[in-house]
Write a new protein. Structure first.
Length: 417
């Protein structure tokens, strides 16, 4: 019939000729696809969010814990994922004393080859060392991927130092592990060109040989990427085991290099299927909500949590009213904290005193604002929705019923082990 283009369904071709793309109808799912000379199959009519990035904050734009400027990574470890940087991302390093992180904003000065607004920069200030950059996925995030193929991709740029080899890999929490519980991450990061020794029940998934990787070479259980002075995207495909319980995206340096080496990392993706997917920045507010299910705070988005910050800088925190005045051990206030979103599990809550040192409720109004007495969490009230904080009266009688009191908090439900 005029105006129709008919395809007979069949099995996927092996590969296209160099410089050509084959279009065909796949008998497996009756969908129209293309096949290029590298063996990459792309579906022309994907279902719903199939091309959506499964990783959270792959653009590294949301950073609630640490400052954007070059900063030594707090709590960075040689064995765990404790070095939290941009939300959902952690750094593990072979030398925990000098590793720093910078969040770079390209909004005012675009960089050639980069589509994302932000990228991260990892620098070893005085000691050469390998590092592992990782994100651990909940079972809810990855359950639909079991038995499926996924493509991992990243853009790298060597900023300081000679070009070096990096490794892009995918770990699984095997059937022997406990769902949504990250074991001790590594027992050894390995010498130059030696694979890290992954923790109990964590195992590397070997990349698929076909389709041909993008700007990298499969070697053993990961894709080896040679960095350059320009932003280059590298990617490859992995087949997810049907019985795995969690997945962990890993990017790690393969060689030690020099003491001052610095590399830029950007546009981290995990997408369903073998298709090569161009970077599209997600809607910022929705990405923030996803991050807040793992970490939330009372501080403004770009203010690093700390005690002693002024109200002008950090606001009043979570606030309430002084319900009883006086001095001594009389219960003075109760503050109900409701997290911005329901967290994925009950978090660990840490308190910070506004405008003063410590972790106590602070009286913000009345005669001579001051730290209240003993502050405590009401243990039975801590859930994935919020917590109640109580405080006794301060030692003076300067407070009056109705005075404003406040306390800052962080709620942390990230995978740190």
């Amino acid at each position: 019939m005029a105006g129709e283009l008919r395809f007979g369904t069949g099995t996927a071709p092996t590969s296209g000729a160099s410089g050509y793309v084959i279009e065909f109808a796949d008998s497996a799912d009756k969908k129209i696809k293309t096949l290029d000379s590298a063996g990459v199959t792309s579906t022309l009519n994907n279902d719903g969010p199939r091309d959506e990035n499964i990783l959270i904050n792959g653009g590294l734009s949301i950073q609630q814990r640490v400052a954007a400027a070059a900063t030594a990574i707090p709590s960075v470890s040689t064995t765990t994922r404790a070095g939290q940087v941009a939300d959902r991302w952690a750094v593990t390093t072979g030398n925990a004393t000098t590793t720093s992180w910078t969040q770079v904003d390209t909004g005012a000065a675009a960089e050639t080859g980069l589509l994302a607004k932000h990228y991260g920069r990892i620098t070893q200030a005085t000691n050469a060392a390998k590092f592992i950059f990782s994100q651990f996925l909940t079972n809810y995030q990855m359950n639909h991927l079991r038995g499926q193929k996924v493509r991992l991709s990243v853009k790298l740029k060597q900023i300081v130092g000679s070009n070096a080899n990096y490794r892009l890999g995918l770990l699984q929490l095997t059937a022997s592990g406990t769902i949504d519980v990250c074991p001790a991450f590594i027992s050894a990061i390995g010498a130059a060109s030696v694979e890290p020794t992954w923790g109990t029940n964590l195992a590397a998934i070997t990349p698929d040989a076909t389709p041909t990787p993008e700007n990298g070479t499969i070697s053993g259980v990961a894709l080896t990427i040679a960095s350059t002075a320009a932003w280059v995207r590298s990617s490859c495909v992995f087949s997810v085991p049907t019985d795995c319980k969690n997945l962990c995206f890993v990017l790690y340096r393969d060689t030690l290099g020099a003491a001052s080496d610095s590399v830029g990392i950007a546009e981290l993706q995990m997408t369903q299927g073998p298709d090569i997917v161009d970077w599209v920045s997600p809607q910022f507010d929705l990405e923030l909500i996803k991050c807040q299910r793992f970490f939330s705070k009372s501080f403004p988005l770009t203010v690093v949590p700390a005690a002693s910050l002024s109200e002008a800088t950090a606001g009043s925190g979570a606030t309430g009213l002084l319900g009883k005045s006086g001095s001594g051990t009389v219960l003075g206030s109760q503050i109900t904290i409701q997290f911005p979103v329901q967290m994925w599990k009950t978090p660990t809550v840490t308190l910070f005193t506004p405008t003063a040192a410590g972790s106590s409720v602070f009286r913000l109004s009345g005669t001579t604002p001051a730290v209240q007495g003993t502050t405590a969490q009401r243990t039975s009230s801590l859930t994935d929705r919020g917590v109640v904080i109580t405080a006794t009266n301060e030692a003076t009688t300067n407070g009056a019923v109705g005075d404003l009191v406040g306390v800052h908090y962080t709620a942390d439900a990230e995978f740190v082990a």
